[in-house]
Design a protein around this ligand. Structure first.
Ligand SMILES: CC(C)(COP(=O)(O)OP(=O)(O)OC[C@H]1O[C@@H](n2cnc3c(N)ncnc32)[C@H](O)[C@@H]1OP(=O)(O)O)[C@@H](O)C(=O)NCCC(=O)NCCS
Length: 169
């Protein structure tokens, strides 16, 4: 019998290419039909291996979920960016490659990122999701997130609603 090691750990610069691949696959699957194609392409192209390499080297907090020698997904997080919201921390992104979704890995990444934020003194936190991303909205509600704000974001000619979920405070 063989066993596969599953772990969440801090990303290293050598993970940059695998994270860029996870980002590309997850964003295409999640946002096709929601974000206009040309805009989605631009957003993905901007975030290639070099972008991730630089973010990790600069000390941005990025965690990866490893399934054996594969990177199944990632989360990046830090201080809350929205001044209008009184929460300490924020998970900026949490994405799994499509083949690794629905297996409990999202919960593991979320829990690890939340714990890491709390350990660094950021006790409460928010996550934004596009309202049309029903999977994400269902997932964050399921994890006990309270809907605390609404806003919108422009993607080319299209404006999309987004919602903030909060934990703590
Ligand atoms: C959203 C995402 C991170 C969730 O991760 P996941 O591994 O698929 O979810 P999990 O298997 O860990 O599910 C955790 C819990 O949430 C619940 N859940 C997951 N998706 C749900 C949904 N759409 N509606 C209701 N509950 C949901 C699960 O039932 C599970 O509950 P349980 O632990 O009580 O059984 C993942 O599907 C993903 O990467 N999706 C595409 C990208 C994306 O939308 N990212 C978020 C951007 S803001």
């Amino acid at each position: 019998m063989s066993t596969t090691l599953i772990e969440v750990r801090a990303a290293k610069a050598c993970d940059a290419t695998a994270i860029a691949t996870a980002h590309d696959e997850a964003w295409r699957a999640a946002y096709q039909g929601i974000i206009p194609g040309a805009e989605l392409g631009k957003l993905i192209n901007r975030r290639g291996p070099q972008w991730w390499d630089s973010a990790i080297r600069k000390g941005s907090r990025v965690s990866v979920l490893c399934f054996g020698d594969k990177i199944a997904g990632y989360a990046n997080y830090g201080r809350n960016r929205a001044r209008s919201l009184h929460f300490d921390g924020e998970i900026y992104e949490l994405y799994l490659r499509p083949e690794f979704q629905g297996l409990g890995f999202g919960r593991r990444l979320f829990t690890a990122a939340r714990r890491d934020l709390i350990q660094s003194g950021l006790k409460s936190m928010v996550i934004w999701a596009l309202s049309d991303n029903e999977t994400a909205v269902g997932f964050y509600r399921g994890l006990g997130g309270r809907m605390v704000a609404r806003s919108s974001e422009q993607f080319g000619a299209k404006s999309l609603d987004k919602v903030a979920f909060a934990w703590g405070n």
